[in-house]
Ligand binder design. Sequence first.
Ligand code: Z5A
Ligand code: MG
Length: 216
Amino acid sequence: MLRGAFIVIEGLDRSGKSTQAAMLVSRLEGANVPVKLQKFPDRTTPIGKMIDAYLRSESDLDDHTIHLLFSANRWELAAQLEETLKAGITVLCDRYAFSGIAFSASKGLPYEWCRAPDRSLPAPDLTIFLDIAPEKAMERGGYGDERYEKEEMQRKVRELFRRMEEEITKDTHGVVGAWTTIDASQDKEAVAQDIWQVVEPLTDGCSNVIRRLWQQ
Ligand code: Z5A
Ligand code: MG
């Protein structure tokens, strides 16, 4: 039996990740593709609750500490994620390790240090990066409520996502899986259509073994 595909949606704040993740789940279900949506941070676990308090500025944590908590939040769910894939179910993640690196490195932590704790996590088969200019994203609802939602920070985050895209495309660190960038400033239906074009080929499942992030 083929395993499920592991798909990640990444992007700046308010780029429409959660909107598109929900639309994609509906479309996959409509096509009879079993799918599980996983959001990171998963704020429901004990570690997730610490992250939630930090993001809502109800607690303060050292930059290194919060970075490791975000990574630990992925590790605590990694085995379950793999089991789901092996059961033939597609997993769609709303943010993953790439957000972890982009946000912590944009605060000034060394890039390589940020990458290290996520090494060997299950690697996505496809990462979809929703790209939008921070000033455009700011026009959308809800921006500014949480800790990192400042334009200057978002600009640095965007540069870091671009660096990761380049490295992944060149396979610099043995990153496996494809990366595709989609213009997230389009209307919701147009973005959804672009996403479907890259996801549809994966709907039959994957035959390869689940690979690991950053093995070099
Ligand atoms: N973070 C980290 O530092 N390290 C890590 O390892 C991870 C995360 C995993 C919370 O994440 C923070 O955690 C985040 C990164 C950091 N930084 N901050 N702050 P989160 O994922 O929980 O954040 P969120 O609250 O879900 O917001 P978001 O993800 O930034 O938003 P979004 O999911 O991209 O957008 P949306 O909710 O789908 O849409 C936002 C609004 O725009 C909404 O009103 C929509 O109706 C509207 N929208 C959506 N698409 C469109 C289009 N195409 N046109 C017009 N309007 C649209
Ligand atoms: Mg979201």
